[in-house]
Design a protein around this ligand. Structure first.
Ligand code: SAM
Length: 472
């Protein structure tokens, strides 16, 4: 029985409810009157239910689809302005005991080089990342209680936060590791992590079990209830995602929104972020062997519909996607992107070695962080290296409250400007710096609060004199 308030995975993600939703969406996909009603509700910017959003996703009336894209762009502007937050993944270890059929780290892959960073290796990786200009990382590891126990992850987080090289610092570490116990989530919380990210991969239980035939990840219930355990442990920023290509995208979309509704219903706060990964070619993985691949048009529609359904949830796109694809979805709802990423273990310190052999998947956007930053600014986006919210306790429902009232601009815009200025001073190439200085001048001019404007101006001046880390 479907019940968003239940903490039982099979009740808050009900297969029957998803099937009913898909049927409902199919029936109403040409119902202009109903679609107009949904769009009117969406324009209030309080989000939509999984059923309503599924109708928009199914809709194939060209003029209504135009409206959907325009509304997504408007909501993106209203909640996130022109800011795009930057981060990089850091692969700690590719040892893994699971059998995920889409991932080259699966246990049966005997030829992929298995690597695990020592604390010394992590130091080298982090210095390389700091030298690029990164302030925010997402750590990634396979599931292996012997090689990657929680103690290893915790020690690695400590190491990452402790490294202060030149003006560099990693100020926020997000964590993407396998589902674990409440006790371990408490330890991660105490270690000062930012968001706990775990992709559901697929919400379709039967497919999930086939796609994860062996290892602890096979347990659908354990995996699907992971965010509940994380929330119970005090981690109030969690990141959801499905791996598009495994199952029908309409099924996944409904499941994803039901998961978000469940978190909101039980813990009073929805997901902090939603990622939108698509399956990529990797060592012994051919994405064409999966039947549910989606093209760029459908991908863009999914991003737009997520944006409309959960306006206050950040959306993340990685370098799995090409420059063109990333450009297209930025305006439709993406608020965070990775840049200069390596998906191999040890790939930042040693980019020329054969360390890419250990990569999790092929990266499509291979540009440097500096190129990505300049590219964003040339499109009038404001790249942000901000990590202030979580450092100032604006997490979970406190963050959501500010965000829902569209007040977040008052913090984010100044913080984005100041962290971009740090980047320009410390890491940018001369061309990028020139583009950035111009952008900052324009953006400061547009700050409407006089008090905030004068503080920002003073802080920007101090940053150019060598001071760092100002936060609102
Ligand atoms: N082992 C952890 C887990 O099970 O959640 C960490 C996650 S893994 C390092 C990060 C994510 O990469 C996975 O959740 C999966 O969605 C994605 N991934 C795996 N294989 C992929 C592929 N071939 N193409 C694109 N993404 C992939």
């Amino acid at each position: 029985m479907y019940n968003p308030k239940s903490v039982n995975a099979e009740e808050f993600i009900s297969h029957e409810e998803i099937l009913d939703t898909l049927e409902f969406a199919e029936k109403n996909k040409n119902n202009i009157e109903f679609i107009n009603k949904i769009l009117d509700k969406a324009k209030l910017k309080n989000g939509l239910s999984h059923r309503e959003a599924s109708v928009l996703l199914a809709c194939d009336i060209p003029s209504k689809n135009e409206e959907i894209f325009e509304l997504a762009q408007q909501i993106k502007k209203d909640f996130y302005g022109n800011r795009i937050v930057l981060f990089a993944p850091l692969y700690l270890s590719n040892y893994c005991i699971n059998g995920c059929v889409y991932c080259p780290y699966h246990l049966k892959n005997k030829h992929i080089p298995r690597k695990k960073l020592s604390q010394e290796d992590i130091k080298n990786e982090v210095i390389a990342l700091q030298d690029m200009g990164h302030k925010r990382l997402a750590i990634e590891a396979g599931e292996d209680p012997v090689n990657n126990p929680i103690e290893y992850i915790l020690e690695s987080i400590d190491t990452i936060y402790s490294i202060k090289h030149k003006n560099g610092a990693i100020r926020r570490v997000n964590v993407n590791i396998a589902a674990t116990t409440v006790e371990n989530y408490k330890k991660l919380h105490d270690a000062g992590i930012g968001t706990y990210i775990l992709f559901q991969e697929t919400y379709h239980k039967d497919s999930y079990e086939k796609l994860h035939p062996t290892g602890p990840k096979h347990d659908y219930k354990w995996h699907t209830e992971a965010m509940d355990r994380a929330m119970q442990a005090g981690i109030d920023d969690v990141g959801l995602g499905v791996l598009y290509g495994l199952e029908s995208y309409k099924y996944e979309f409904a499941g994803l929104l039901m998961h978000a509704e469940h978190l909101e219903a039980v813990y009073g706060v929805g997901p902090h972020t939603i990622s939108v990964p698509r399956i990529k070619k990797a060592d012994d993985i051919d994405p064409n062997t999966f039947d549910n691949g989606i093209d760029d048009d459908i991908f863009a529609k999914i991003v737009a519909c997520i944006r409309i359904a959960v306006p206050y949830t950040g959306m993340i796109i990685s370098t799995r996607e090409s420059q063109d694809c990333r450009k297209r979805v930025l305006s439709l709802g993406i608020s965070q992107i990775s840049g200069g990423s390596k998906t191999s273990v040890g790939g930042y310190f040693n980019p020329m070695s054969n360390s890419d052999d250990s990569a999790q998947f092929d990266v499509s956007d291979t540009r440097s962080l500096d190129d990505v930053v300049r590219w964003l600014m040339e499109m009038n986006y404001l790249p942000s290296f901000c990590t202030a919210c979580y450092r100032n306790g604006r997490t979970g429902d406190r963050f959501m409250e500010i965000c829902k009232q569209q007040q977040i601009h008052n913090f984010c815009q100044p913080n984005a400007l100041m962290t971009l200025k740090e980047y320009l001073e410390d890491y940018a190439t001369p061309t990028t710096k020139a583009v950035g200085e111009k952008l900052i001048l324009n953006e400061v001019d547009m700050l409407s609060d006089h008090n905030i404007k004068s503080i920002v101006k003073a802080n920007l001046q101090k940053i150019s004199e060598g001071m760092r880390d100002f936060v609102f």
